[in-house]
Ligand binder design. Structure first.
Ligand SMILES: [Zn+2]
Length: 335
């Protein structure tokens, strides 16, 4: 637009407007810069917060790791052994807290290795036998999972067992046939993952105990290093009932007439997780292999079959292949 004086000057009002527009756009750019500055500051702050959070996270992890390390010096496997001061013949119950690896630990005691089974929601448990043939003193239990190994020092207490003296004419001792030995040995080695028993075991016969667990023998005046009484003898009446001391599956039925000349008529019950009962010298067998029996169920009758001098029941309780003292299983029991 052209003015009267030929200049290009704009009317005052317009100039004012223009100036205020300029001022406005200036202010706007100032505002934008301020906003940008604030945004930058905010980004800085966010980045700083992230850094602080990362530092804190590392710090917490370090503190956490230190706390765990303090709880179990040098190792994260939590192992508990019961009883704390075992004696010869005791069963050791070993519980291990589950770790993140969540694999069943393997246990080693002496030259024997054992499997642990899930126990409750957050543990594994293994049952370890000790026998009168073990050497009392210091034992080292090793527990390993995928990641680590924990060593536990144990003190196995000695124990005096009663002794018997047996006098035999030369060549009179009976030997197990391979057939009988293999059947019974195979049964004692069973380790079924399921657990069938519950609570303390019942006594399998109402008669009085005549020979306790662990009795040692002298044969013709010489101490038998490998012998101990692998069970408990009950002198009930001939034909009196034999009951299953705990639930399980019948995994062995042997008959005197079919070659079980030492054990006589016998029943083997698998209670699961490496725990087995064997009942010898029966007059009657009332179950068959594969049957599932309940605690207290009558399974046979007391007799005098096999190598015996009179009617009685021999009950042997085995844990991972070894005959252990059934008494703790009868009194306190193992969960
Ligand atoms: Zn016996």
């Amino acid at each position: 637009m052209e003015n009267r004086d030929g200049t290009n000057r704009q009317p005052t009002r317009y100039r004012l407007e223009n100036r205020s527009l300029k001022a406005f756009s200036h202010r706007r750019s100032y505002l934008r810069r301020t906003v940008d500055a604030l945004r930058v500051q905010r980004q800085h702050a966010r980045r700083m917060l992230q850094v602080v959070a990362a530092i804190l996270a590392i710090g917490i992890t370090v503190i956490g790791a230190t706390a765990i390390a303090l709880a179990t010096p040098g190792n994260a496997l939590q192992v508990q052994v019961m009883p704390m001061t075992p004696q010869l013949g005791d069963t050791l119950s070993v519980t291990i807290a589950r770790t993140s690896s969540n694999t069943a630990p393997v246990l080693t005691l002496g030259n024997r290795t054992y499997t642990a089974f899930p126990f409750g929601d957050d543990h594994f448990r293994a049952l370890l036998p000790t026998t009168p043939l073990d050497k009392p003193g210091k034992l080292t239990l090793k527990v390993s999972d995928n990641n680590e190994t924990e060593s536990v020092a144990l003190q196995l207490r000695g124990r005096k067992f009663p002794t018997q003296s047996i006098w035999l004419p030369p060549g009179k001792d009976q030997n197990l046939s391979d057939f009988e030995f293999n059947r019974v040995d195979g049964f004692k080695k069973l380790v079924t993952p399921q657990k069938f028993w519950n609570g303390p075991f019942l006594k399998p016969n109402g008669g009085p105990i005549t020979t306790v667990y662990g009795v040692r023998r002298y044969y013709n005046g010489k101490f038998a290093n490998d012998y101990y009484h692998r069970g408990v003898d009950y002198a009930g009446a001939y034909g009196s009932p034999i009951i299953a001391p705990a639930a399980g599956r019948v995994a062995l039925v042997g008959q005197e007439a079919k070659g079980f000349v030492i054990h006589g008529n016998c029943i083997g019950v698998d209670h699961g997780q490496g725990v087995e009962s064997i009942f010898l010298h029966l007059s009657r067998i009332m179950v068959k292999e594969g049957d599932f029996v309940k605690a207290g169920q009558v399974i046979g009758a007391l007799g005098a079959t096999g190598a015996v001098t009179g009617p009685h029941l021999h009950w042997g309780l085995y844990v991972n292949g070894q005959s252990i003292d059934p008494l703790p299983w009868r009194t306190k029991g193992f969960e």
